[in-house]
Design a protein around this ligand. Structure first.
Ligand code: ZN
Length: 480
């Protein structure tokens, strides 16, 4: 009799492709799924009766800042507790590698770590370190445009790259891609990259074309009043560089712009109709979170200070209240609180739902693990989509939601044999109860384990069970 390590019986199986769930057995052996359907012909070391539960591919968090978190918290409970088995790091223009020693970190780099923690001058060194000390989840890395700028033109971040700097950045990007990165990310709305011209980005993105499946991922130049111009710039960069595009954490920020996702999604639909490969990620909240900067506060209805280095007594307080206490303007308060991170209440629920239900939308948390008081998306994103938006609001079917967390993401990011329950796929799996699944993380209490995630396997190993880490760290560095 042929054998395998583990067979699941009785589960409702969602394969990640978006197609309807089926009640079938799933067999895994070592790190792969080896059989589907009737598995009675197999001898298994363990049989799990998963009746009443749903088995899905482990979720892929396509928008993370976990570059350093995989070393500092290798059990990565805030992600694996949600059923996440793969994270894509290096988003928003900031990647931990490749950056040689830096003295000072301009915002938003401190979201990743402190200056001394930027100690990976090449992606090869980063990858070796992770392979020597694996985390509980798989990780794929984007090369940050702002990181390239920091490394090649730290003294001139307020300028467009000259020919020399551009060539050096192109060479560094090429090397990072050769060493296993899957694409380039930008954060054109942030100080280290605001001065970069569209042309600079096009020239860099052009390097991606030399690598199969490499893609361009962008935190756009504007997510507020000029969001449509920013979408236009993004689509232009993709079509001129001839590379696939992903818009990060798509939103229309500021009450003046509520409803404008109709315009942005129409632009994206037009591009897709002309066969331009473009998609986007989104998190299921109407508040965003990043560095506390004066430029970001004007669009927000309310600002919660998540963390201030010089004024920790202000952590968890509203900016308005701090301004009152200090009798100063919001701008002055920002300067006194800096370095600081904040949560900005500045989005519309209808936009969020419109964006999330679009067929090109993938789920990404954008969680920031370094914060003392993180945005609840760090712990709650995936269960929140499955609980609040699938079960309660019936925004889409469970199969569709899982597709946006697995199969769609794996295909857009070029992660082979991930995000699917199919023979030959890696055994990244999550077993959950769709009747119970709920996020518990709140703005007041963000570090909360969600309900309803029963067990999580990463490359065939049980890594999370019964709301506890098993201590197994079986994640790998993913390449194209
Ligand atoms: Zn971003």
């Amino acid at each position: 009799m042929a054998s395998c390590d583990l067979i699941f019986t009785g589960a409702r199986v969602i394969d990640g492709s978006g197609s309807e769930s089926r009640f079938i057995d799933v067999a895994i052996d070592r790190d792969r799924i080896t059989a589907l359907g009737d598995c009675r012909h197999l001898q298994a070391d363990t049989i799990i009766d998963a009746s009443g539960l749903t088995l899905a591919p482990g979720f892929i968090d396509c928008h993370t800042h976990d570059d350093l978190a995989v070393f500092k918290s290798p059990d990565i409970p805030f992600k694996i507790s949600q059923g996440v088995t793969t994270v894509i790091a290096g988003n928003c223009g900031i990647s931990l590698a490749p950056v040689a020693a830096v003295k000072e970190l301009p915002p938003p780099f401190p979201l990743l770590g402190e200056a001394a923690e930027f100690c990976f001058p090449s992606v090869k060194i980063y990858r070796n370190a992770l392979e020597k000390a694996p985390a509980a989840v798989n990780l794929a890395l984007l090369v940050g445009h702002s990181s390239l700028r920091l490394d090649c033109m730290a003294e001139r971040l307020d300028q467009n790259a000259d020919q020399n700097a551009l060539q050096q950045m192109q060479a560094n990007l090429r090397l990072a891609l050769e060493q296993g990165c899957i694409g380039l990310s930008t954060g054109l709305d942030y100080p280290p990259a605001q001065a970069a011209s569209t042309e600079e980005v096009v020239q860099l993105a052009g390097v991606l074309r030399e690598f199969t499946s490499a893609l361009y991922v962008t935190h756009m130049r504007d997510e507020g009043d000029h969001v449509t111009e920013a979408v236009e710039e993004t689509l232009g960069i993709g079509s001129r560089a001839k590379v696939p595009v992903i818009i990060s954490h798509h939103k229309c920020a500021g009450s003046r712009n509520y409803g404008r996702s109709r315009e942005t999604l129409a632009m994206i639909d037009r591009a897709r109709a002309e066969h331009q490969p473009v998609s986007f990620d989104v998190y299921p909240y109407t508040a965003s979170s990043t560095s506390l900067l004066p430029q970001f506060i004007r669009d927000a209805e309310a600002v919660l200070v998540a963390e201030s280095m010089p004024h920790p007594e202000c952590n968890g307080k509203m900016l308005d209240q701090i301004c009152n206490n200090w009798d100063c303007t919001a701008e002055e308060a920002c300067n006194r609180l800096y370095p600081a991170a904040a949560i900005y209440f500045q989005m519309d629920e209808d936009d969020l739902e419109r964006i999330m239900t679009h067929p090109a939308a993938m789920i990404g948390s954008d969680g920031i693990a370094s914060m003392q008081t993180p945005h609840p998306r760090l712990w709650g994103t995936f269960p929140r989509v499955l609980g609040r938006y699938v079960r309660e609001k019936k925004l889409f079917e469970l199969e569709t939601a899982v597709h946006k967390m697995t199969g769609l993401t794996a295909s857009r990011f070029g992660l082979r044999n991930r995000g699917s329950i199919a023979v030959g796929s890696f055994a990244d799996l999550v077993l959950f109860d769709p009747e119970v699944i709920t996020d518990r993380a709140s703005f007041e209490n963000p570090a909360q384990i969600s309900d309803g995630i029963v067990s999580v396997w990463v490359n065939g190993k049980l890594s999370w069970h019964d709301k506890t880490s098993t201590g197994i760290r079986n994640g790998v560095f993913l390449t194209h």
